[in-house]
Design a protein around this ligand. Structure first.
Ligand code: ADP
Length: 411
């Protein structure tokens, strides 16, 4: 029996998301989520997909990530997918920050784990939780290869002129300050799927990918390689997001310190949690914002307009970076579902060969699809993202090839 299952773990500070996939056909066997780990109100929801059983729920308190993974393991066991089964080929971990060093998915050993730890100062909110997920899975499943798939890897191909900030080089290098970019597994997956939708090889197409979820980022992908992306040292830079400001004059930070007496942590919280759509109108869900606009709500309208204006600026910027664009593609919660965002972001760009067919744009579908008019010079597409499948595929490819891909120069 060949091991063909991959467990994908996405470990947050108080949550653990997981999916078990069968890599013979990429199908999902089961998925679930443990929420509020460490609290009295913990909840595990588990859905066995292949066996056709309904969602199961557990509400007994889950003390820590180890208890969470044990509970997940029991649920999988009950479906006949025990993690001690020889059919489990590997565990793939989503790791947010891989710095410059991790350009590819990487089999985790002590040195790799130490390097992920070394990156905690540049990803204080994310890497510690990812590390906990890894060490817990290692302890519970010592015989199973563990692979890290980094949100940053796809962006390590960015040229120096796109990844460096124009600040003093010594200071930047001493603190590893540069533009890393995030959502890389999504940008990689969606740009490849877009090439497939156009019937071309990824190496033959230039694509602008707009990943618009609660977090949002744009990337310019030339021939399958990322040449620029909107997030930077952290996921705060770039587009207007659900709760993050995106681009802002850095002097706003000094001003708030000097004039409003705010501490660095307070400004951090303001820009990451109380800005973006939520800061502008009190809601970060695009469905709610659209509903309020329909009712004539001015704050919701302005928030929408600011969101779209920023998006349009990035489309224009990445058009210029790429020179020739074959497709603009929308993905993630807002990108896949919010037709008004897609229409407004491309409105008035006909001179660039960009247009949206309103009928096609209005179609609701979970499939990858074109929404540009047939004669359009540049394709506009909606492509559902699937970060778990991408992580599983990268993990499986690595362990199947039996190579420990720790490439890339030391940071
Ligand atoms: P993340 O993974 O970043 O949490 P998602 O990609 O799941 O986010 O996107 C979540 C967002 O997608 C929601 O906050 C909401 O704004 C938007 N969204 C989801 N469904 C719809 C819909 N039907 N119409 C408009 N926006 C939607």
């Amino acid at each position: 029996m060949t091991a063909s299952r991959v467990l994908v773990l996405n470990s947050g500070s108080s949550s653990l998301k997981y999916q078990l996939l069968d890599m013979t056909d990429g199908s999902r066997l089961a998925l679930g989520l443990v929420e509020r780990i460490g609290e009295e109100t913990s909840r595990l929801t588990h859905t066995p997909l292949a066996t056709g059983g309904g969602e199961r729920e557990r509400t007994d308190p889950v003390a820590d990530h180890e208890a969470a993974l044990k509970a997940v393991s029991e649920e999988l066991d009950a479906d006949g997918y025990g993690l001690d089964s020889p059919e489990l080929a590997a565990i793939g971990h989503r790791v947010v920050h891989g710095g410059k060093r991790f350009t590819e998915p990487t089999v985790i050993d002590d040195a790799v784990l130490a390097e992920i730890r070394r990156l905690v100062p540049v990803a204080p909110l994310h890497n510690p939780a990812n590390i906990t997920g890894i060490t817990t899975a290692q302890a519970l499943n010592p015989g199973v290869p563990q692979v890290a798939v980094f949100d940053t890897s796809f962006h390590t191909s960015m040229p120096e002129h796109a990844s460096r900030y124009a600040i003093d080089v010594e200071t930047a290098d001493a603190h590893r300050i540069r533009r890393y970019g995030f959502h890389g597994t999504s940008h990689a997956y969606v740009s490849r799927q877009t090439a497939a939708l156009l019937g071309k090889a990824p190496s033959d197409v230039n694509v602008i990918v707009l990943h618009l979820g609660n977090g949002a980022s744009a990337s310019a992908v030339r021939g399958g390689r990322c040449v620029d992306t909107s997030m930077g040292l952290t996921p705060l830079e770039g587009l207007v997001m659900g709760t993050r400001s995106g681009d802002i004059d850095p002097a706003v930070v000094f001003h708030l310190g000097r004039v409003a007496g705010m501490s660095v942590d307070e400004v951090d919280e303001l820009l990451n949690k109380r800005s973006g759509l939520v800061g502008l109108c009190g809601d970060n869900d695009m469905r709610e914002i659209r509903r309020r606009i329909e009712e004539g709500d001015e704050a919701a309208r302005l928030a929408f307009d600011i969101y779209v204006h920023r998006l349009k600026k990035y489309i224009g910027a990445y058009y210029a970076v790429l020179g020739r664009v074959d497709a603009v593609v929308f993905t993630a919660g807002v990108g896949e579902n919010a037709a008004p965002v897609r229409e407004a972001a491309l409105a008035g760009l006909e001179e660039l060969g960009l247009a949206v067919d309103s009928d096609l744009n209005a179609v609701r579908s979970g499939e990858a699809r074109l929404i540009s008019p047939q004669e359009a010079r540049v394709a506009v597409a909606v492509v559902p993202t699937d970060e778990e499948l991408e992580i599983a595929q990268q993990t499986y490819a690595l362990v199947s090839a039996g190579r420990a891909g720790r490439e890339g120069p030391a940071a």
